[in-house]
Write a protein that binds this ligand. Structure first.
Ligand SMILES: [Zn+2]
Ligand SMILES: [Zn+2]
Length: 166
């Protein structure tokens, strides 16, 4: 989805989106919905709103495939690419993270949303906050079953200790 910069009027522009997006390395379940607002001040564009989607990922702890809703609230400044050529504004931009650029007087909304989704993916994804993970010894999923590894370990240690004492 491309938006012409000239089509963003003084009162701003709202975009409602419910589209299938393909992002490399991320499995998205169903369409991505986004409700965005674009505001333009001279050539600088400010994008804010909400992006919501479901992703399929494996849990960092138990490796189970899990479906997770992710909501991203972008708050982004989009500048014409020529701003990069200007030394002064480049220094000004140095500290700002939430900035991206457009060229050809067009915004690629799908591209922008895709970048925002990747930037906001949680570092650690868990199937649930209290996921018990896999047993480090027998590899069983401790959410489903309980194993006796831990008690066996302490038993073994105790036996070794007994031997040492003898
Ligand atoms: Zn898990
Ligand atoms: Zn175990």
């Amino acid at each position: 989805m491309k938006i012409k910069v000239d089509d963003i009027l003084d009162e701003g522009k709202s975009i409602e989106l419910y589209d299938k997006l393909h992002l490399n390395g991320l499995e998205i379940d169903g369409p991505v919905s986004a409700s965005l607002f674009l505001k333009k001040i001279r050539e600088d564009i400010f994008l804010s709103g909400t992006v919501s989607l479901n992703v399929i990922l494996s849990c960092n702890r138990c490796l189970n495939t899990t479906r997770k809703n992710i909501t991203v609230k972008p708050d982004l400044t989009i500048l014409p690419i020529k701003a990069l050529e200007d030394e002064d504004s480049r220094q000004l931009l140095g500290d700002e993270l939430e900035i991206c650029f457009y060229s050809d007087s067009e915004l690629d909304i799908h591209q922008i949303i895709g970048d925002q989704i990747f930037l906001n993916l949680p570092m650690k994804l868990l199937c649930s906050d209290d996921c018990k993970g896999l047993c480090i010894q027998c590899g069983q999923n401790l959410n489903i079953t309980t194993c006796r590894c831990e008690s066996e370990v302490s038993d073994n240690r105790f036996k070794i200790l007994e031997k040492l004492i003898k």
